[in-house]
Design a protein around this ligand. Structure first.
Ligand code: GLC
Length: 545
């Protein structure tokens, strides 16, 4: 298998608006990221993924871009951004930027022109269709954020297509001028020296020819993985990506391992790695058996031929300790267990800001406290049907994207030390107990556990390039697997439950050396194969085969 820096890296995702505010406007900013770079570096990570900082009316927190070559006021200036890149590089880290090219903002000049008249030269840069004979939308598809993918535009009497909010019209990738404009823009950033892109919903670029009605419109898989997508990505690779030493990670919803390999196969000339959503989207609650099955299928499907990513949360998905762990009685143990898993399963691990101190999801009282456009639109849609608003709110809370978007809790001072102003979204009320200052003061904190895990990964290729075998298939609580590289074997044992679990370690691991554990008193050697794992206990052993 080819060795690559991005396979060996650990990536830290910075959602800047919730990271650290230096100018008191209640939003985090680029200067805030710069001020906290030493904190990120100390964790041992190699790469920072910065979510969109481009100019944007901010309907979807920056994922609606109105100018790809300028920086949003809330985030700072181009000079600030250039300094950030330099400071990241000075610390021997890398910076990857979000690339959002399935859609723009409706305020982008391109769309303003496109919507101005049917014969405008940019008309075909977006997707316009006539109404159905009854005046309704061209088909019955649902978008991610609204009941229809189509929005009627009075001016020209046609509908335009949007996979997300009404304010996020989709670009028409069939048009070669669009592709050239995007490729040029990518070069603009790459030539500034960035180290790669995280590509937003990149498998949505190609649309199904003719836009036929869907049998089950509520199942929106028709939005992605359509014929033409691989040509676009190969062209992008050919014209742009392959000319730089960078990493690319595609956000690829609705993808199976088989299709995934088409995006990241080493012989394909497309992307380096991907995020699939078989855990995040298909497993609303923890299901150990299903999780193992997903890991196995991805390992068998792509290992040795392409590269995977490991993550359990990000700015779109509820914090992992709340969604998949126990954020009450065993918050510390369970945050560490989930981290152990992410950092030892095959693929590049991703950390979402705040997870390294075990931040949790939120439970705000009113819909007014939530900011997420996906949640707010869905709330409105359901309440308009006549449903009880309280019931709808309770139903939407657990997976609201705001669960992960509350400000990073730096210390126990007002607003968790995030801002001197009024934070754009409320701070999680538990900031006095859970904050960075505290984590840095406690030698056994979640933070230092992450630091140790990351260091272990750096020193042991087996954690990166080793193969994977699950020794606990079907068990609903215990997860035991090995990673093997040449004579080196690592054994990872995890108890994902609130009760003690008896476990028999494999014979060959007798006297294996303990590398790390989230409990303090575990013997240094596995001298007894019969063992008991306590609630949410995690251990890594190593031995020579
Ligand atoms: C991706 C982003 C999400 C955004 C959407 C539309 O899923 O991660 O935050 O809303 O794309 O750009």
């Amino acid at each position: 298998m080819k060795q690559k820096w991005w396979k060996e890296a650990v990536v830290y995702k910075v959602y800047w608006r919730s990271f650290y505010d230096t100018d008191g406007d209640g939003y985090g900013d680029i200067n805030g990221v710069i001020q906290k770079l030493d904190y990120i570096k100390k964790l041992g990570v190699d790469v920072i993924w910065l979510n969109p900082v481009y100019k944007s009316p901010d309907k979807d927190n920056g994922y609606d871009i109105s100018d790809y070559r300028a920086i949003m006021d809330k985030a700072g200036t181009m000079e600030d951004w250039e300094r950030l890149l330099e400071e990241v590089h000075n610390r021997d880290m890398k910076l990857i930027m979000d690339l959002v090219v399935n859609h723009t903002s409706d305020q982008h000049n391109w769309f303003q022109e496109s919507r101005s008249s049917e014969d405008n030269r940019k008309r075909d840069w977006y997707i316009w269709r006539d109404p159905k004979p009854d005046g309704g939308p061209p088909n019955n598809w649902r978008s991610y954020f609204t009941p229809s993918t189509w929005e009627y535009d009075e001016k020209t009497g046609q509908y335009y297509f949007h996979s997300f909010a009404i304010e996020q019209p989709d670009l028409n990738w069939r048009n070669p001028e669009v592709r050239e404009a995007i490729f040029d823009m990518m070069k603009f950033w790459l030539d500034k020296g960035i180290d790669g892109f995280r590509m937003d919903v990149i498998n949505l670029l190609a649309k199904i020819e003719g836009f036929p009605d869907a049998e089950k419109p509520e199942k929106i898989n028709y939005l992605g993985n359509n014929p033409g997508i691989h040509q676009y990505l190969q062209e992008m690779n050919e014209k742009v990506l392959r000319h730089y030493d960078i990493m690319t990670v595609g956000e690829i919803p609705f993808v199976t391992p088989e299709d995934g390999l088409k995006y990241v196969g080493e012989d394909r000339g497309e992307l380096d790695t991907l995020f699939h959503f078989q855990v995040a989207d298909d497993m609303p609650e923890w299901d150990m058996v299903q999780f193992k099955d997903i890991q196995k299928k991805w390992f068998e499907g792509i290992f040795g031929k392409g590269w995977n990513s490991q993550f359990l949360n990000n700015h779109d998905h509820t914090r992992k300790v709340t969604r998949y762990g126990n954020d009450k009685a065993y918050r510390e143990e369970s945050a560490k267990l989930l981290a152990t898993m992410v950092h030892t399963l095959p693929g590049t691990p991703y950390i979402f800001q705040g997870e390294e101190i075990g931040m949790t999801g939120v439970d705000f009282d009113s819909i007014k406290d939530y900011q997420d456009i996906a949640m707010k639109n869905k709330y409105r849609e359901e309440v308009d049907k006549g449903r009880d608003p309280e019931e709808v709110l309770e139903e939407l809370k657990p997976l609201s994207r705001d669960n992960s978007r509350t400000p990073v809790q730096w210390d126990a001072s007002e607003n968790a030390g995030f801002t001197d102003g009024e934070p754009w979204i409320a701070v999680n009320p538990n900031y006095k107990e859970i904050n960075v200052e505290k984590a840095l003061d406690e030698p056994h904190s979640i933070y230092y556990y992450y630091q140790k895990l990351i260091a272990l990964r750096k020193e042991n290729d087996v954690m990166i390039y080793g193969d994977y075998e699950d020794l606990s298939e079907g068990d609903e609580r215990l997860y035991m697997y090995t990673r093997n590289l040449e004579e080196h074997s690592w054994l990872i044992v995890l108890n994902h439950s609130d009760e003690n679990q008896e476990l028999t370690l494999p014979n060959e691991s007798i006297n294996a050396e303990l590398k790390i554990s989230n409990y303090e008193d575990v013997p240094e050697k596995a001298s007894n194969l019969q063992t008991t794992l306590r609630p949410h206990e995690a251990r890594i052993y190593s031995y020579i085969k």
